[in-house]
Design a protein around this ligand. Structure first.
Ligand SMILES: NC(=O)c1ccc[n+]([C@@H]2O[C@H](COP(=O)([O-])OP(=O)(O)OC[C@H]3O[C@@H](n4cnc5c(N)ncnc54)[C@H](OP(=O)(O)O)[C@@H]3O)[C@@H](O)[C@H]2O)c1
Length: 230
């Protein structure tokens, strides 16, 4: 059994890698939301390799509305995984690129309007209506449902708020952070607020590996499950 299957069988949840493409000072976009491109082409090719290994890619509405990404595998051989988007009020427009290509799942709230659901289903999307937790879609419920569908390995690609939600709930197993030698100052942080005030409460990482890719670094590490998040 590989690590994805072990996690899936023992917890009923998929194995989760959180992927970030960030500047040296920890930003994933400028203060206006511009993020193209922080890392080098070679890092982006490597990012597509990570995509090709996953059963699904998960992002938030903010990322889709800022970047209009395809979320497909293009730079390497391999299948494009299923896409899962968190959009509690179905605000993403029907012309967004995510509606083409690999299967799309939109996780939304229980009380959204039937007409909006119908329009998105007509575009081929699957709609999951799920409970709200602290004003947002319950991410654990999304992952549980994904696991029930046989999606054993999920790559979370952001943005800042989704990364924070996943870490807060202890749902992340591994971080893959591409770090570019760029500085943006006050931009969009790689990970939104975790309300951590003491260093002793920091989420600890272990099994750290650092790889050099052009002028970037790829930093991979496991989230220590003994730390307070999990
Ligand atoms: N460089 C990189 O690696 C990278 C990767 C991705 C994105 N980005 C950048 O990040 C920015 C977007 O980040 P963001 O923080 O604004 O948006 P985000 O994290 O992509 O999406 C956040 C939105 O998702 C919805 N959502 C529903 N359930 C959620 C949950 N449980 N947890 C968190 N969000 C949930 C909420 O909108 P509703 O309330 O409407 O549902 C929330 O406002 C863009 O500028 C993009 O370019 C950079």
């Amino acid at each position: 059994m590989n690590q994805f299957e072990t996690k899936y069988r023992s917890t009923g949840l998929p194995f989760v890698t959180l992927k970030l493409a960030q500047t040296l000072d920890g930003n994933i976009a400028t203060c206006t939301g511009d993020s193209k491109w922080i890392t080098s082409k070679a890092s982006r090719v490597r990012g597509h390799q990570l995509r090709a290994e996953a059963d699904a890619i998960l992002v938030g509405r903010g990322t889709v509305m800022a970047d209009d990404p395809e979320l497909s595998v293009r730079y390497v051989n391999g299948c494009s995984p299923t896409k899962i988007v968190l959009d509690s009020q179905l605000k993403i427009g029907l012309n967004a690129k995510i509606f083409s290509g690999a299967p799309l799942i939109i996780a939304t709230a229980e009380e959204v309007c039937k007409k909006q659901i119908k329009e998105r289903k007509k575009k081929g999307a699957q709609i999951w209506q799920l409970p709200i937790l602290n004003g947002q879609i319950n991410l654990k419920a999304v992952l549980q449902k994904a696991a029930q569908m046989g999606l054993q390995y999920i790559l979370i690609e952001g943005g800042s708020r989704v990364a924070a939600s996943a870490l807060r709930l202890g749902l992340v197993d591994r971080i893959a952070a591409f770090v570019a030698p760029k500085i943006l100052g006050a931009g969009i942080p790689a990970i939104g607020s975790l309300d951590i005030v003491s260093i002793t409460d920091a989420i600890a990482l272990e099994n750290v590996k650092v790889e050099s890719i052009d002028d970037d670094f790829l930093f991979t590490a496991r989230v220590k499950k003994s730390s307070k998040n999990g």
